[in-house]
Ligand binder design. Sequence first.
Ligand code: PMV
Length: 330
Amino acid sequence: MSSSSPSAPPSTVSSRAPGKIILSGEQFVVLGAPAVAMAVNLYSEIAVRPSQTGRIEVTADIPLHLVGGAAKRSSVAENQELLEPLRLATSATFDHLATKDRGVHIDANCQIPIGAGLGSSASTTVATICAVAKSRGTRLHRREIFKLAFIPENYLHGHPSGVDQATCTYGGIIQFKKPSKIKPVDIKRPPVILVCDSGVHRSTKALVKSVVKRSREQTERFQTHLDEITTISNAVVRALRNEDDDELGSLMNRNHELLRQIGVSTPKLDRLVAVARKAGAVGAKLTGAGGGGCIIALCDDKKGRSNIARELRKVGGTIYNVSLDLQGVE
Ligand code: PMV
């Protein structure tokens, strides 16, 4: 194993990891096209302490009130369903480290709304892996964290591409291609981005499954889309490096159109995108799996972002003023 060698761990250790947005290539990344994603300053924090029970115990403060409407109360069963990935992340880390003593208490505190396409599961998962390893005196390499995160992510999402956990692990902006090509995109000036949540929360697993099914039925059509998305993601990287917001905005608009064509947008997301563009966004698109969740809008500057936010709030959107996270999992 390539991790650094063990040393005596403190009794409680913690790690945090950012959330993420996808600038281009979601859904198509599962089919093999490159995507570009950005880590954002919404975090999940995981605290790990020893437990005398000899078992893995998990508790969490996850913004469940954002799932399916403000009035929703989660049941114990739903809580267990949400906590299972963290249990899997913990046992995968113990297996990796060949740890015998599995008595541990994991406490998750997540600021990222779940089911919104902002990487809540990947963020909590990679922070858990990092913190559990630390609790056993080992600092894992990012590549190891990325790989281990497939175990809980596969449980939750079926066959995810890995873009979410790659972004939450490495931070910054990355170009990602399956199975594990992670290329950091160094930029001087981060784009000014607004995230707007439609409030409709959904399952990435079901959406990805429907797109994969359609891609098998319409191979030629999807091949054309994949070629175009490959061109778009490469051009997004160039536009970011060249600080060319006009180009970046029109690439985002075109990407949204392709997501619409494969059926993962919704009238509500299209409306939010249209309102953002009308209010001055340089470009706007849905981000993540679609079917609900969030849109992102590229803004001229912070003043422009406030104007766009005001218009989006009027049509029921919830705004997150995000900025670039450069650290990844800590
Ligand atoms: O879970 P979300 O909404 O952040 O979607 C992740 C991105 C997808 O491309 C839709 C799925 C994947 O595994 O890449």
